[in-house]
Write a protein that binds this ligand. Sequence first.
Ligand SMILES: [Zn+2]
Length: 95
Amino acid sequence: MSSADEFRSPPYHSAPHYSAQCRCPTCGAVQTWRDECRRCHTDLTLLRQVDGEIAVTLSRFFQAMKRNDRYHAKILAKRLMQLAPTSFHRILRDF
Ligand SMILES: [Zn+2]
């Protein structure tokens, strides 16, 4: 796999989940992952894609750290901060 391939977007809808459950942004119902909220029927597909992108990006971040590739780790850390700033800010702010 070339460096460029590593940063090509995979199909995030089929990626593993970062979070075990999702909270509906409309009504707050906590539920297992699904494309539509069980309570209010809000479309959750975008939320699901973002969660998948977080899982993939976090995995790539740890892989870059493991091989001491700080250049790509920093790019991935910035992406994680964009995707979930409240979750990763304290961990990655000094990276
Ligand atoms: Zn809902």
